[in-house]
Ligand binder design. Structure first.
Ligand code: GAL
Length: 652
């Protein structure tokens, strides 16, 4: 796979600062060890203050100054922030929320992905920028738009969305009858006799039909794909040889990132470990323990996920440098944590880690957001940590990201399906996947996260925690890969139209697993179903009937199969706790011929080529000697890891 030379970058807004500062800023970036600088993603009102009146002189000057300092520029298209004059020209371009309320201009991302005239405007401005800057020396990459979907903007319930959705359905189903059958519209008299009768699935009296919602989610996701592709097409022609990138987010599931990435060279993401912990962390106790470090698996998961997208190249486009401004609470990282997050990203294959942002803004919405420098220009903590990372990288040998032993399948439509019909208040598909991912990481595994249509050959073990709606190609790919495969509860429980499959769950997976789910139940917090000899299910449990060819490896205390295997394929019929999952995974790893090592709750490892990176997420020092082999050479750090400590070792 790819051999990378890890580099650092920064996000910079020349339009926020007087021109006299730019040269000094550029020189100090270089001094700090920065190689890449991202600019202009929100600058539309500055270079086109009124329709067709352009003012590019300032941007030309900024590009020249940055490039002359030796920096590599990531230029952006500005389509996340359409200016006021444009919204005035086409007031219906704004998105509409679930309650039918228009999202107003005055911050950002106030556009509707379905609005075709706005899409034409996005194409127009991209074409203008691409003609001017496509081949400009110094510009090495383009970021398209900024954080698709941020602030809940993927789904819009606008007129444009209704029109677009009806056309999309007409193409997909060809006849209203076919749609009625696929959705089961006979239930509650929801049948339509014309596509124009289909409504958007909001504001219904009680829940809308899940098949209807699922198709709307698919439609909305494809609008993001099309919006992105339209800009990529232009840049491919006019910016030859430049990498095309988008910056995705953490725990963002509203569109299919694998599909969007097909048109990109690099899938990057914006990593805010503490903001995300505050937003998505499990419990207060958990958040307190990891307050200044972040969840030990959250960053790694997204590095692995986005490394599995598109061309399999990944950057961190925005790295949290200190307290942010947008979570319910915004604590500061441990000293050293920015350094740790940076090295961890490189260990997972990031080519560039770029900090958000160069200097803290003294005005507007993000005044409380830390940066590498304070608003007065004095260096903040992260500036020094970025410099250390740069020095340390210079001393490390280059290493290749190799194929992992374990592939984990992540499927966006399955996530939507479990959001649409969770059947238990706390059944969160993403959390279910994270449970499995964490289980593998606690056993020291390197993991590749892949879409369900990926080539699985070469993997020893394929882990499929949450694939509701497998298709025949997937079943075939698993068989042909020769890998073992282990499936989590609810896999195969719906058809692609969101109906219960003929012959019951796990539907098409019965061919591999030879079991049938007879009944499923969801369980309130605190209720556990113990498994004989250790561990339990909570939240979700199933009663499963197995063919004679199936071996039941573990049973619940009530005698229900908990973990059953036929040939190389296994099924787990509930949401396992850490103890049970560890038992299951060890048995799968053993059968797959893979080794494991228990990292401990707060230490994690990741191997890239011959280098092993070991990180400490605990708020106390930890001994990591068990993760260093007798013939390994410690290149950075030591076995006793301080708070925010890391070690990088060359494996012997
Ligand atoms: C990201 C966004 C940036 C900035 C940052 C603050 O979501 O792309 O523009 O707002 O968050 O953490």
């Amino acid at each position: 796979m790819t051999k990378i030379k890890p580099s650092l970058g920064v996000c910079y807004y020349p339009e926020h600062w007087p021109q006299e500062k730019w040269a000094e800023d550029a020189a100090r970036m270089v001094e700090c060890g920065i190689e890449y600088v991202r600019i202009a993603e929100f600058a539309w009102s500055r270079f086109e203050p009124a329709r067709d009146q352009f003012s590019f002189e300032w941007l030309d000057a900024a590009i020249e100054i940055l490039a002359n300092a030796g920096l590599k520029i990531v230029m952006c298209t500005p389509t996340a922030t359409p200016p006021k004059w444009l919204v005035e020209e086409m007031p219906d371009m704004v998105a509409v929320d679930e309650n039918g309320v228009e999202r107003k201009w005055g911050s950002r991302r106030h556009y509707d992905f379905s609005h075709l005239e706005y899409r034409r405007e996005a194409i127009r401005i991209t074409e203008i920028l691409a003609r001017r800057y496509g081949e400009r020396p110094g510009i090495v990459a383009w970021q398209i738009d900024n954080e698709y979907g941020c602030h809940d903007t993927t789904l819009s319930y606008s007129r444009a969305a209704a029109d677009g959705f009806r056309d999309w359905l007409a193409q997909k189903y060809q006849s209203p009858d076919a749609l009625n059958r696929a959705w089961g519209n006979v239930f509650w008299s929801m049948e339509v006799s014309d596509f124009s009768q289909v409504e958007l699935p909001n504001l219904t009296v009680t829940e809308p039909n899940p098949s209807h919602v699922l198709d709307f989610r698919r439609y909305a996701s494809q609008q993001v794909v099309a919006f992105n592709a339209a800009q990529c097409d232009i840049l491919r022609k006019r910016a030859p040889g430049r990498d095309l990138i988008h910056n995705f987010m953490g725990h963002f599931l509203e569109f299919d990132h694998f599909d969007v990435s097909v048109d990109l060279d690099v899938a990057s993401w914006d990593s805010y470990p503490l903001g995300n912990l505050e937003r998505f962390g499990r419990s207060d106790e958990w958040k307190n323990w990891y307050l200044r470090a972040g969840d030990p698996d959250f960053q790694a998961f997204h590095h692995d996920l986005y490394r599995g997208c598109g061309a399999r190249r990944m950057w961190v486009m925005e790295q949290q440098p200190g307290p942010v401004n947008w979570a319910p609470w915004n604590p500061a990282p441990h000293p050293g944590m920015v350094r740790l997050w940076s090295h961890e990203a490189f260990a997972h294959g990031a080519e560039v880690v770029s900090y958000f942002r160069w200097r803290q803004a003294p005005f507007a919405q993000e005044q409380f957001h830390a940066a590498l420098n304070r608003p007065d220009g004095s260096p903040d903590q992260a500036y020094f940590e970025a410099s250390s990372v740069k020095r340390e990288l210079a001393d490390l040998p280059s290493a290749e990201t190799q194929r992992s032993g374990v592939a984990l399948i992540f499927d966006y439509p399955s996530q939507w399906a479990s959001e649409i019909q969770p059947q238990g208040q706390d059944f969160d598909g993403f959390a279910h996947v994270m449970t499995w991912y964490r289980g593998l990481r606690l056993l020291g595994q390197n993991i590749d996260i892949l879409p369900s249509n990926a080539d699985l050959s070469g993997y020893a073990l394929v882990v499929v925690p949450h694939l509701f709606m497998p298709d025949l190609d997937f079943v075939q790919a698993v068989k042909e890969s020769g890998a073992r495969a282990v499936f989590g509860a609810r896999c195969g429980s719906r058809t692609t139209s969101h109906q219960i499959p003929d012959g019951l769950a796990p539907g098409l997976l019965q061919e591999l697993l030879a079991i049938r789910v007879q009944r499923a139940e969801s369980l309130r917090p605190g209720v556990e179903i113990p498994v004989v000899d250790g561990g339990s299910f909570s939240r979700w449990a199933e009663q499963v009937e197995a063919d004679a060819s199936v071996t039941v490896n573990l049973e619940t205390v009530d005698g229900q199969p908990a973990y059953a295997t036929r040939d190389a394929y296994s099924y787990v019929s509930g949401w396992p706790d850490e103890i049970l999952l560890s038992r299951i995974l060890k048995s799968e790893l053993k059968a797959a011929g893979l080794e494991w090592i228990e990292t401990g709750e707060d230490l994690r490892i990741r191997d890239r080529g011959g280098l092993r990176t070991i990180v400490n997420y605990a708020p106390k020092p930890l001994d990591a000697s068990h993760l260093i082999g007798p013939s390994d050479t410690v290149l950075i750090g030591e076995a006793m890891l301080d708070v925010a400590g890391l070690a990088i070792v060359q494996r012997g």
